[in-house]
Design a protein around this ligand. Sequence first.
Ligand code: PLP
Length: 229
Amino acid sequence: MAVGETCSIRPLSEPLDSVSARWLELVRRLPPQVKLLAVSKGHCADSIRELVDLGQRDFGESRVQEALPKLEALADQGQMLRWHFVGGLQANKVRAVVKHFELIHSVASQALAERISRIAGEEKRCPSIFLQVKFREDPRKGGMTAEQIRELWPLLHDLPHLSVVGLMTMAPLGSSRDQCLEVFRDCRALADELSLPDCSMGMSGDWPEAVAAGGTWLRLGSSIFGEKS
Ligand SMILES: *Cc1c(COP(=O)(O)O)cnc(C)c1O
């Protein structure tokens, strides 16, 4: 090393842009009734472990193939971890998801809910699920309309081997802050109408609006883990 060159480019404390620092800052800002789901898709088991050490327990993944090796790598954490599935769920992946995930945020159709119920029965599991609702036309997103949910509610509510805990929604890409807020308020109102406690809404770009509208689960990826490497 040349004379005068410094070997310590990092401060002794956590750098401000570390996963831990971002998580701590978020947790400090969140109201107590809001739960934080760390969406770890695209990030490695070591980053997850770092957050487990700080007390984060809920982690979300959106692809089964990517998730299973991570779950395996973190199996030693046992009861410390609770896995949530948040991605588009294909019929042929339901068994793997039911076996490995405690909560499923992306139940976007009646057929999927019925399949989860049947397979959960076979696997002796009982996942908590969120019904995915599409409050605005958006060809890129799945989900049932509010009207469909109301119509199907008696049937969905009575499905065995699962527990409907809430609704999940996403604001269409390119929505303004006000538009996000409106979508999230619609979601909270429908959840209240059905006496469902939880609303899974709010991602890195719009979580303050979700909190303002009464969201209970924020699904945050990049604001915790940084942009994908
Ligand atoms: C990736 C993902 C998130 C997290 O998105 P960020 O914008 O990185 O916070 C939340 N929900 C779902 C369904 C996702 O696929």
